[in-house]
Design a protein around this ligand. Structure first.
Ligand code: 3NM
Length: 220
């Protein structure tokens, strides 16, 4: 079970910002996150992965600082993959991939929290629904250099398939999404867009977030 309604979940997915300590250029991760929060992100995921990712105490400390910022702005704080960390911090939820912990088990562990699952095929979408996921992440929509082991680019085809199958689970698109190319993702039926570099590498993360928000709400 979950305590989030589908409608609430869809609102939270609008501008889904994801970041870890190695997704930044010159600004510190905490500064980027605060600017993104001021700009109006709807949810945040702490994703500490890849080359140079923090481990141990340093990872926990950064996660705590980011969680504190999210709390200040009343934005849910989600942890990618790391079940132990999410439980230890009493995070608002977790996001898991197909190679991570089993979704049914995670749903049980996070009974009243958010559980997001990455899906790349319609079968994986159905399995995630069966497991009780609150939302699915579908990608990569466009080419991305942020995730080195990303699957083949699929455009909006799977989003369309989910809609055609009348599956009502909230959907967020991910992978290479920018303010310029975000609208087709929404038009295809996604409830929101998940973004790393377009915000984290922006010269002005605050302005970039506002730009994305406008596009998602059809005003850009
Ligand atoms: N997951 P950017 S693509 C974390 O396809 C992640 O499941 C993907 O980063 C998937 O916004 C991706 O910089 C990277 O392209 C997204």
């Amino acid at each position: 079970m979950t305590s989030y309604t589908k409608e609430r979940m869809k609102q939270l997915l609008k501008v889904y910002f994801i970041m870890g300590s190695n997704n930044n250029s010159t600004l510190a991760p905490e500064i980027i996150l605060e600017e993104a929060l001021k700009g109006g992100i709807s949810i945040f995921q702490f994703r500490e992965k890849g080359t140079g990712a923090l481990k141990g105490a340093a990872k926990i400390q950064l996660a705590k600082r980011m969680q504190e910022l999210c709390n200040q702005y009343h934005v849910p704080f989600i942890v990618n993959d790391d079940i132990e960390l999410a439980l230890a911090l009493d995070a608002d939820g977790v996001h898991i991939g197909q190679d991570d912990e089993n979704a049914i088990k995670v749903r049980q562990l996070f009974a009243n929290k958010l559980v997001g699952v990455s899906a790349h095929t319609i079968e994986e979408v159905k399995e995630a629904i069966e497991a009780g996921a609150d939302y699915i992440g579908i990608g990569p929509i466009y080419p991305t250099s942020t995730k080195k082991d990303a699957k083949e680019v699929q455009g909006t085809s799977l989003i369309e398939k989910v809609k055609e199958a009348n599956l009502t689970i909230p959907i967020v698109g991910i992978g290479g999404i920018t303010a310029e190319n975000a609208f087709p993702v929404i038009q295809a039926g996604a409830d929101g867009v998940a973004i790393i570099s377009e915000i984290s590498m922006a010269d002005n993360p605050y302005e970039q977030t506002k730009r994305l928000k406008k596009v998602v709400f059809g005003q850009g």
